[in-house]
Write a protein that binds this ligand. Structure first.
Ligand code: SF4
Length: 272
């Protein structure tokens, strides 16, 4: 891993596109060591303008907490309400966070100058370290759990945390009183017990797939050659824009309709 400390000039990025319901997106790091095969950020400017392969480098925004404090004060004068999505092109709890605690420092700054709403997207159990800070914010913690099959997780994202650790983490966060959801994003091949398993740890679910969630109706995923993984493992039936509907039907056995969100709607600030 090529890990470099940098000073960022701007931490809060005005949100647009998929995140248009937010005031800002916030990425404590550039780059991501989880290196998921299907990560669309590989094909975004962040990934494309870099010579190194996605997943082999991380830039640490060492001054992030200071920038947050300065920028939120300025933003307050412009926006009556501020909602923040953390993070859209990195995982705020990837391995460097254990030592560098950039995300933690931002949360500490947020406790002093809170946004009106924070959406925290991760796939790392490390988020449980910050439960006491999160309890002081209006936050929804969204844990990515794309499948309940560990063999599938290893196939598509071998450097990401195990599924069981993610489920345990989101269960713990929910039990501490913080709003939570599981984001099945992108939907990967799973077992028939997936919905029941999820119903034991969360009461809100978002389902997304390559065709709705990669920002290009699946074209970006196509250029990354992800379909080859499905072909190689004889899983082609799962690479299908209708497949998510089957999962939704299975989820409806355990979750009320109003607790199941599809693609973008599950990542927007909740109405309540
Ligand atoms: S955790 Fe998110 S940002 Fe990181 S590689 Fe995976 S999909 Fe991309």
């Amino acid at each position: 891993m090529n890990i470099v400390e940098k000073h960022t000039k701007q931490l809060l990025t005005p949100a647009s596109g998929f995140l248009e319901g937010y005031t800002f997106s916030l990425n404590p790091y550039s780059g991501c060591a989880f290196a998921c095969s299907y990560c669309y950020v590989r094909k975004s400017p962040v990934g494309l303008f870099r010579k190194e392969d996605w997943g082999t480098w991380v830039d640490i925004k060492a001054n992030a907490a200071d920038r947050y404090q300065a920028e939120i004060k300025k933003a307050r004068k412009k926006y009556p309400s501020i909602s923040i999505f953390m993070s859209s092109s990195t995982d705020p709890y990837q391995p460097v966070e254990y030592k560098n605690e950039i995300t933690k420092s931002i949360l500490e700054a947020m406790v002093k100058e809170p946004p009106d709403f924070l959406f925290l997207q991760t796939r790392s159990p490390l988020v449980t370290r910050d439960i006491e800070l999160l309890k002081q914010l209006n936050v929804l913690v969204s844990m990515t759990v794309e499948t309940d099959r560990e063999d599938i997780r290893k196939l598509f994202s071998p450097s990401a945390p195990p599924i069981s650790a993610r489920l345990k983490a989101i269960d713990q966060i929910g039990k501490s009183g913080i709003k939570t959801q599981v984001a099945i994003a992108p939907l990967l091949p799973s077992t028939n017990s997936f919905s029941e398993l999820l119903s034991k740890v969360v009461n809100r679910i978002t389902v997304d797939d390559y065709f709705q969630g990669d920002g290009s109706e699946g074209k970006r995923t196509k250029t990354m050659g992800i379909y080859k993984i499905y072909e190689k493992m004889n899983l082609q039936e799962w690479y299908n824009r209708e497949k998510y509907k089957q999962l939704v039907v299975a989820l409806q056995r355990y979750f009320p309709n109003e607790a199941i969100f599809i693609s973008k709607e599950g990542f927007l600030p909740p109405v309540n």
